[in-house]
Design a protein around this ligand. Structure first.
Ligand code: ADP
Length: 727
């Protein structure tokens, strides 16, 4: 009730006085304003918000009910108590309907009035408090709303910031992942690069890694050439055919990469000139980076893709980083290779040194004289034996020319005639000719002794075949020649001395045999055997005589134009008559006229044919075939004997050579290994040849060939087999 204030309106002055006093007594804290008419009351009510209004209904001017209505209009929550006269029920009901809080009848029951007023005031104060609280609540709600709105805004902002942060975090994570991947790729490239040091393997390994890292269809590594003028395609995937191609460092893209030392992207290769042969057929876009070692360009690495615009700035950066590592690795490998090569060269040099020392020792120790000259025919090497041969102190020939030495030792041909300078063996070799066993004579410088030498010479060529010098090997054959000559003289004398008594012996044997035959003596058969032995000895002596003639150059030919066909037939007939063998002959139908010494060619044919009989089984026939070629006429004699071992063929036509292991199958075993030598000489003197080949189906074929002079038609003689028994 504290602070409560009420307004009492009544035109009754006594009541206006008494009632406040009574109220003061009961409700001392209550402030009571009084007013005796309604209009004044309204003015006050407009000014003061009373806790309750007490008004008489019946008042002059505006009555209590009208006041109530007005009060309701301006202070709807202020409780109004109306005072009615006794029995004025109707008014009281009107008052309640008009919104009065309560009514109090006159005479006023003070207790009731006090209680009603107190309730009204309390109610009013409560409603005030409620109102206040409502207002407070409203204010609180408003401030809460305000705060909520502010918080909401803050939250929205925070949310936005959070989203942004999340996005930034995702982006950072993505970037970190990509960076990690790239790092891994780079690491991979580096690992590979450092573990392989062989340049070839390294290049192919790097190509494969870079291809994977940049999803490339084509990868190529180009390295700068020694002169720094061009890039050479050293290795590639997808452009293998371009490996080895050189691309001049021009102003094009590749040139620019090398020049600017920056990575480069070409989105559409059709818009630029062809960079590497064949690249445009394999790729539409390209990323490339220089290979730098300490800011020095050593090459370029290119990746190509089939799609246009396949490469991004990131790819270019990745390739640049990879290129740095690749360049280092390549540089390592190059250094490694250089070291290897240097070591190899050193090894080769040492080896060469050893070999040279070995060769030097061998040459010095050789019994034969060795002469070496350079292309300008200056002597560069002369072993000890050579100095001895020439009769010069060791080292005295250094710096001399081949011609100087020839002059010093009066170099002559084997027959003692002066040797033309052009025929000096070392000079022949410098012209590219090879000489074997040339017989020469020299006069030793110190002693003046005449020495006979057999000299062989050959050019020395470098890897490209250019003549870089010449070498000659000479052997002192003075003693050998002397012995040879002695032997030849002995053979000559012996065979001549033997021939005359043999001829007489043969004549005497014939005469004696005939006499005995006429006398019917059986001893005649012994003499026939003696005669055959004399004939064989005669043959041997004739061979020895022929050797002497050949050696002394006195094997004279009496050449006439003869029919070789007839000659062959004659020899076959003689040989088949003397043996029990058959010969297939294959002769042309015409006479073949050739310039020849009939006796000597018969001798050759007889020798070859008798060898065929001698060295093949008796039940095997022998074939003689005469054939003409464009410029030769050939007689081939084929047997079914053992053939000639390949290794023996080169020696078959040498003097006294008999093939080891070949047995005589038929006839006499006598043989000195001279027949083929003599035959060879006879054929050479005719300008012809003799050679041997083994038949595919066994046995040997000896062929003699004569240069053809003419041919005549003659009667046809068909192939026939001459079968003859010994007569
Ligand atoms: P020889 O008087 O020993 O027969 P040749 O000079 O005629 O001398 O022959 C040399 C050697 O060649 C023979 O000793 C023999 O070993 C071999 N020879 C020659 N002809 C034949 C042949 N038709 N088949 C196999 N070996 C042969």
């Amino acid at each position: 009730m504290s602070g409560a204030r009420v307004l009492l309106v009544d035109d009754d002055a006594a009541l206006l006085q008494a009632l406040p006093e009574a109220l003061h007594l009961r409700l001392p804290e209550l402030v009571v304003d009084t007013c005796d008419e309604a209009l004044e009351a309204l003015r006050r009510i407009a000014e003061v918000d009373y806790d309750a209004i007490i008004s008489d209904i019946k008042m002059p001017g505006m009555d209590g009910l009208a006041l109530l209505e007005r009060v309701h209009a301006i202070r709807p929550s202020t409780p109004t108590l109306l005072i009615t006269g006794h029995g004025e029920h109707e008014l009281a009901i009107q008052a309640l309907r008009g919104g009065a809080y309560d009514f109090v009848k006159k005479p006023i029951d003070r207790d009731y009035f006090m209680a009603s007023l107190a309730r009204a005031v309390q109610m009013r104060q409560l409603s005030r408090q409620v109102e206040q609280q409502r207002l407070d609540l409203e204010r609180h709600a408003a401030s809460l709303e305000q705060k909520v709105a502010e918080r909401t805004l803050e939250l929205v902002a925070a949310n936005r910031a959070k989203d942004k942060l999340l996005r930034q975090r995702d982006q950072a994570l993505d970037e970190a992942r990509v960076a990690a991947e790239r790092l891994q790729v780079l690491q991979h490239v580096t690992d590979t690069a450092l573990t392989h040091l062989d340049l070839h393997n390294l290049l192919s390994e790097l190509l494969a890694r870079v291809q994977g890292a940049l999803r490339a269809d084509v990868v190529a590594i180009l390295l700068l050439n020694g002169a720094g003028t061009a890039l050479r395609v050293r290795a590639s995937i997808g452009l293998e055919q371009a490996v080895g191609e050189e691309i001049a460092l021009g102003t094009d893209v590749i040139g620019q990469i090398a020049e600017r030392r920056q990575p480069f992207i070409v989105d559409d290769l059709t818009e630029v000139p062809e960079l590497i042969p064949g690249l445009r057929a394999q790729a539409r876009s390209l990323v490339a980076a220089p290979l730098l070692v300490e800011s020095r360009v050593i090459g370029v690495i290119c990746c190509g893709a089939r799609a246009t615009g396949a490469y991004t700035h990131d790819d270019a950066q990745l390739l640049r980083l990879a290129a740095d590592r690749i360049a280092l690795a390549l540089d390592h490998a190059r250094l490694y290779q250089e070291v290897q090569e240097a070591m190899r060269e050193q090894r080769v040099a040492t080896q060469l040194g050893h070999q040279a020392a070995e060769l030097g020792a061998i040459i010095e120790a050789m019994a034969d004289g060795v002469f070496v000259c350079d292309p300008s025919a200056h002597i560069t090497r002369l072993n000890k034996a050579a100095s001895t041969l020439l009769g010069l102190p060791v080292g005295a020939a250094a710096g001399l020319t081949v011609a100087d030495i020839g002059e010093m030792v009066q170099l002559r041909a084997g027959d003692g005639e002066p040797l033309a300078q052009a025929d000096i063996p070392l000079l022949c070799a410098l012209r590219g000719e090879t000489r074997t066993d040339l017989l020469t004579v020299i006069t030793q410088v110190r002693t003046g002794t005449e020495v006979r030498l057999r000299i062989s010479s050959a050019p020395i060529r470098d890897q490209r075949g250019n003549i870089v010098g010449a070498v000659a090997v000479s052997r002192d054959v003075t003693e050998l020649d002397r012995l040879e000559r002695q032997k030849d003289e002995f053979l000559s004398v012996a065979s001549h001395e033997l021939k005359t008594p043999l001829t007489s012996l043969k004549g005497l044997a014939q005469i004696t045999r005939r006499r005995l035959e006429r006398g019917g003596h059986t001893e005649a058969a012994h003499l026939a055997g003696m005669e055959r032995a004399i004939v064989r000895m005669e043959l041997l002596v004739n061979d020895l005589l022929d050797i002497s003639r050949i050696e002394s150059g006195k094997l004279a030919l009496r050449t006439e134009r003869e029919d070789l066909t007839a000659l062959c037939r004659q020899v076959v007939e003689e040989q088949t008559a003397a043996t029990n063998r058959s010969v297939h002959i294959d002769l042309p139908a015409e006479a073949i006229l050739v310039d020849l010494d009939a006796d000597r060619i018969s001798q050759v044919l007889t020798n070859v044919l008798s060898n065929a009989f001698k060295y093949s089984p008796t039940d095997q026939s022998v074939t003689l075939r005469l054939q003409q070629t464009a410029d030769e006429v050939r007689v081939a004699i084929t047997d079914r004997g053992p053939g000639i071992p390949k290794a023996e063929m080169p020696y078959l036509f040498e003097r006294f050579y008999r093939v080891p292991g070949i047995d005589v199958q038929a006839g006499s075993g006598v043989g000195l290994g001279l027949g083929l030598y003599i035959s060879h000489e006879i054929m050479e003197r005719h300008g012809g040849r003799i050679w041997v080949e083994n038949n595919l189906d066994g046995g040997a074929t000896f062929t003699i060939a004569l240069p053809m002079t003419a041919r005549l038609r003659s009667v046809s003689i068909p192939l026939k087999v001459i079968n003859s028994t010994q007569g």
